[in-house]
Design a protein around this ligand. Structure first.
Ligand code: COI
Length: 352
């Protein structure tokens, strides 16, 4: 791997106490090009703008997939990633669905290790601080024929972050718009899945909500995701989450939460859950919690939802499942406890 270091670091001029999510980037980035059936020239270079031809596939047909990961620093200064091979697995699944070439694991993991080792000073210690890692691949061939690109770029950029939401969020249950449909790309982390959410989300925000709870596209009956997160519902002492299908992203935080909940004697049901069941549970006082999970938010409490013109509020409760599970997960991620699952992966530079 070629490494070109920056001559002017931005580190000293960065205000780590006032970070807006995703607006600040570190000194370096990883780049690798796909051409003639091969990934070529893996390299780390100073973070800078790249030149892309206006005819590149990504601008016209949207061949673009990405991942979201976080790197954490422990008290001794070691840097950790959380289940990075899961991100590798998922970007491969996403790439396949978008007719894009699959990366080899021996590009993805060494690229992360090398880049994070080089920019390790950008990972600040302390719970809540992390470096958001954004690997992405896009079609870069100069050609506007509607067919898969023959050239791609795989890049990784890093952004120091704090929390995504500073307080519990309110969500609106989708009755008209859909995030995904059967046979579509909902399970892939395709860029277009996010772009397509912006308009309905803006309409919901104009009504005073933060995000949308996506429901199935056929009848708008079963819950699928909450904004860019997977969704968990607690009815009495049972934690329920929708099964991952072709319309739901296989969230790494989601599956970690399911495992932690089960191992902490919480009854978990992975099954379709309808909005009618939730409204009923709310009126009988059995609906205790709703929360979202994702890499960026980790766990985000939902304080209420809107459905068919009515608002349903949820009181914050002591020892909630969301706060208990978030705390267990955080301790594993920051190396504050043992990791019986082998989820933590220490970052170390391995030149290839
Ligand atoms: C993540 O949690 O990594 C996400 O995908 C959310 C991101 C779109 C900000």
């Amino acid at each position: 791997m070629r490494i070109e270091k920056t001559t002017v670091s931005k580190l000293k001029n960065t205000d780590f106490n006032n970070l807006k999510f995703g607006e600040v980037f570190t000194d370096h980035m990883f780049v690798c090009d796909y051409e003639d059936g091969k990934w070529n020239d893996p390299r780390i270079v100073p973070y800078k703008a790249i030149q892309i031809d206006p005819s590149a596939n990504v601008f016209h047909y949207g061949q673009a997939v990405f991942e979201g990961m976080k790197a954490y620093k422990d008290k001794s200064g070691k840097i950790w990633l959380f289940r990075p091979t899961e991100n590798y697995r998922r970007i491969s699944i996403s790439s396949e669905r978008l007719a894009m070439p699959v990366l080899s694991e021996n590009i993805f993991l060494p690229a992360l290790n090398e880049l994070l080792s080089l920019d390790k000073e950008w990972v600040k210690p302390g719970i809540g601080n992390s470096l958001y890692v954004r690997p992405f691949i896009f079609g870069s061939q100069h050609c506007i024929a509607a067919s898969p690109s023959k050239k791609y770029k795989f890049m990784i950029i890093l952004s120091p972050v704090q929390s995504y939401y500073s307080s519990p969020i309110r969500v609106l249950v989708a009755e008209k718009y859909s995030r995904a449909t059967n046979g579509g790309v909902g399970y892939a982390k395709a860029a277009g899945n996010y772009g397509a959410q912006f308009y309905p989300t803006r309409l919901a925000q104009e009504e005073g909500y933060d995000q949308i709870i996506w429901t199935d596209s056929k009848n708008h009956e079963f819950l699928e995701e909450a904004g860019t997160m997977n969704i968990f519902i607690r009815i009495e002492d049972t934690l329920i989450t929708a099964p991952t299908t072709d319309t739901i992203l296989d969230g790494i935080t989601r599956k970690s939460i399911i495992k932690l909940a089960k191992d902490n004697n919480i009854n978990v049901e992975v099954r379709p859950i309808s909005i009618n069941e939730i409204v009923k549970a709310h009126s009988s006082g059995k609906l205790k919690e709703i929360f979202g999970s994702g890499t960026a938010v980790l766990v985000s409490e939902i304080s209420g939802f809107g459905y068919k013109g009515k608002n349903y509020d949820l009181k914050s409760i002591k020892n909630s499942y969301s706060s208990t599970l978030k705390s267990i997960l955080t301790k594993i991620q920051y190396n504050l406890t043992t990791d019986p699952y082998g989820w933590r992966s220490e970052v170390s530079a391995v030149k290839v």
